[in-house]
Design a protein around this ligand. Structure first.
Ligand SMILES: Cc1cc2nc3c(=O)[nH]c(=O)nc-3n(C[C@H](O)[C@H](O)[C@H](O)COP(=O)(O)OP(=O)(O)OC[C@H]3O[C@@H](n4cnc5c(N)ncnc54)[C@H](O)[C@@H]3O)c2cc1C
Ligand SMILES: Cc1cc2nc3c(=O)[nH]c(=O)nc-3n(C[C@H](O)[C@H](O)[C@H](O)COP(=O)(O)O)c2cc1C
Length: 657
């Protein structure tokens, strides 16, 4: 086969090596625009698992790579003048230049032709090749040329980062260091990759970056400013850039690249050209080299180029999506960092270590039992005011609020059963909630229980508006209290524009076939084109609904519930006031968030006035309306939660939407 790899980074070189190992008669050329010794970037990290994959594929280059590794086991987190060290993280780093030189030498040894200092302008120049590998990196010209065919999506992430190096030693720990400035937080991800050099990636939000004036600085001024700002962490050492080819300051926004298709004719995408994974999980090079191993193998076991491409794409896509999802969690954690920086350094570090959701609580125990026990003891002391003799995981620590004490922090979410007749809970509910309460969770929620017949979602919803409802709920509450330690919360709601719909298994959120009742909302905006147009609520309607909630709260208190939750989420009446999507009012109950929250807050105070003082009230909100900028998004939800907290709401129960 005549093969050309466009781009001589880890992907192109390692694929060339792998093909030669399968069959030395392949004619393989790697075309690279830089010189063999040029390098942009500093170190990369590879895990032990990746190294084992490399060893199985080519023991010779794997040995050379292993000999050049810097190993470390600890992660240090420096924030608020404290430094917390945890172990068991097992990384190894290698200089990018060193890695490329090892791969170049090995490729040469196997007879790969390498053409340096040659810019690839297009695939036409390689018309005689049987296979063209687009391994030309994150800004791949080949991918961009056929962007539609490859169904390329690029998501430019929010934070700014700059990839620098330093001779300051970080030789025993991967170090995250966080610094507060007048314009927000800035931090570095630092790790050693050879005996005297470390990668030092600095990251911050766009607002901090602009506030600190980096938008107006060239590379040299940027570096001088960072050296001054992070002098404590650099211990007097300089920062170095090797991105002189980039115009401007060399600050970048990370592009998350996704491709719906990875091949076109005899052209195949590989490595960063096909997909990227954020640098904060350090798996970019792993993905790239494993792409190369697998494509080379499939080309030798599948009957045609097309079959090999199909299998390559099928198998690699799953692995890539898995890592990209982990990487996205990590990326977003750093983008949302202002939410976490004021936490105690122990809690902050715990969040950082588990941010990608790849490392769980118990996995941390395997990595560093002592660190985790210290964190558990810290948490338990916060929860109980006492230093524990043998600490428990946070999930199993008690929780107290007003007069409520929960044995642990496991809560059963509200889940509509659609099984009531005329609002009255029956034996189904007794068995359902009774068995949930015996399962070990400390708090069990009822489904959304409606404050009036027309406030029901479906004819199967439970209610709290008739004497028989109170009596039937009392029976369930008594069972829960008599047979275990679980506490019982009632969720009260009004369906508003999303009411008068079928039982969920007959057609979720679809209007009834017959017997629909009129629905109401803040404005005459239907929840979907299929749903009824609601009647715009008057002041009198609002007053009436408030009284219905008050009545239901009084009944719930008499029935013995321990917690009351108001349902302000999921498009029902109160959330229809909160979101600008369905609240188009021009009076004091519409417009700004403050106005849209006015009625939900008035209603909360009316309920609070009749709900026993020693029992908490929780409010459920949607953190996302899933309609883009037009609706509520997580940042708005933070504002909503802050307002509720300021009004005296005890718990904000945040639903994804
Ligand atoms: C800040 C940062 C930190 C990172 N840290 C890590 C880490 O710790 N661990 C890790 O595994 N990964 C890390 N990565 C990612 C890693 O560097 C990439 O995933 C990896 O280099 C991709 O390999 P590649 O061969 O696909 O592309 P590249 O390494 O980008 O190679 C592409 C090559 O193609 C050449 N080229 C491009 N266009 C042309 C053209 N038109 N003509 C000729 N040649 C061309 C380029 O010069 C380049 O040599 C990091 C990335 C960044 C940005
Ligand atoms: C069958 C079913 C019924 C549900 N009923 C309710 C409900 O009555 N009240 C409520 O607030 N959430 C209800 N939910 C949402 C869940 O409580 C829970 O929030 C959701 O499944 C988890 O996702 P989230 O992150 O969006 O909250 C229901 C979910 C399901 C699957």
């Amino acid at each position: 086969m005549k093969i050309v790899c466009l781009g001589g980074g880890p992907a192109g070189l390692y694929f060339a090596i792998s093909m030669k190992l399968h069959d030395p008669s392949h004619q393989v050329t790697v075309v690279e625009r830089n010189r063999p010794d040029d390098t942009f970037g500093w170190g990369v990290v590879l895990s032990d698992e990746t190294l084992e994959n490399l060893r199985r594929n080519d023991a010779v280059s794997a040995r050379a790579i292993k000999e050049s590794f810097a190993y470390w086991d600890y992660i240090d987190v420096r924030i608020h003048g404290r430094s917390l060290r945890s172990g068991g993280h097992g990384f190894c780093g290698i200089g990018r230049k060193k890695l490329l030189n090892i791969l170049q030498d090995r490729a040469a040894e196997l007879g790969v032709e390498m053409v340096f200092q040659t810019e690839v302008e297009g695939v036409e120049a390689y018309a005689d090749a049987d296979l063209i590998v687009a391994s030309d990196g994150i800004n791949s010209k080949t991918r961009e040329r056929y962007a539609d065919v490859f169904q390329r999506e690029i998501d430019i992430r929010k934070n700014k980062f700059i990839w620098l190096g330093t001779h300051r030693k970080f030789d025993d720990a991967f170090t995250f260091t966080f610094k507060h400035t007048d314009h927000g937080w800035i931090w570095a991800h630092a790790y050693q990759f050879d005996t005297d050099t470390a990668t030092f990636i600095v990251e911050c939000s766009e607002a901090t970056w602009a506030g600190l004036g980096f938008d107006a600085m060239d590379q040299d001024v940027t570096i001088a400013a960072l050296e001054k700002l992070l002098a404590d962490d650099l211990g007097g050492h300089a920062l170095m850039s090797n991105a002189r080819h980039l115009r401007g300051s060399a600050w970048l926004n990370f592009p998350r690249v996704l491709c719906g298709k990875w091949s076109h004719g005899n052209i195949v995408l590989m490595g960063d050209a096909a997909h990227t994974a954020h640098f904060s999980i350090g798996s970019g090079t792993k993905l790239v080299m494993e792409d190369a191993i697998q494509l080379a193998e499939f080309l030798h076991v599948e009957p045609s180029l097309e079959a090999a491409f199909d299998r390559y794409e099928d198998e690699r896509r799953v692995e890539v999506l898995r890592l990209q999802s982990t990487a996205r969690n990590s990326t977003e954690w750093f983008e949302d960092i202002e939410r976490y920086v004021d936490l105690d350094p122990v809690q902050f570090t715990y969040g950082l270590l588990t941010r990608s959701q790849r490392v769980s609580h118990e996995n941390l125990r395997l990595r560093d039992k002592y660190w985790l026990e210290m964190a558990e003891a810290w948490f338990e002391e916060q929860a109980t005011g006492r230093q524990p003799f043998s600490p428990r995981p946070p999930m199993f620590t008690p929780f107290e609020l007003r007069g409520l004490r929960l044995e642990n922090r496991v809560v059963v979410s509200p889940m509509d059963q659609c099984s009531a007749r005329d609002g009255t809970p029956d034996k189904w509910h007794l068995v359902h909630y009774g068995s949930r309460s015996l399962g070990g969770a400390a708090l069990v929620y009822t489904e959304m229980t409606c404050v009036s017949p027309e406030g029901r979602i479906t004819p199967g919803c439970t209610g709290m508006y008739a004497p028989e409802h109170e009596a039937a709920w009392r029976e369930v509450v008594d069972f829960v209290h008599a047979n275990g330690t679980a506490k019982f919360a009632i969720q009260l709601g009004h369906s508003g524009p999303k009411g008068s719909t079928k039982l969920m298994w007959d057609g979720m959120d679809e209007p009834l076939v017959e017997g629909n009742w009129p629905v109401m909302g803040p404005s005459p905006v239907p929840w979907s084109p299929e749903n009824q147009v609601p009647h715009e609520m008057t002041r009198a309607d609002m007053e009436q609904v408030t009284q219905q909630f008050v009545r239901a709260a009084e009944m719930s208190a008499r029935a013995g519930f321990d917690v009351l939750e108001l349902h302000y989420a999921h498009g029902y009446l109160l959330s229809a006031f909160v979101t600008p999507v369905t609240n188009k009012r021009t009076d004091e109950y519409g417009g700004s968030l403050e106005n849209r929250m006015r009625y939900p807050i008035e209603l909360f105070h009316a309920v609070r006035a009749v709900w026993p003082d020693d029992k908490p009230i929780s409010v459920r909100i949607s953190s996302h309306d899933w309609v883009g900028d037009a609706g509520i998004q997580p940042q708005d939800a933070v504002g909503i939660a802050e307002m509720l907290n300021a009004e005296g709401v005890d718990i904000v129960d945040v639903s994804a939407g």
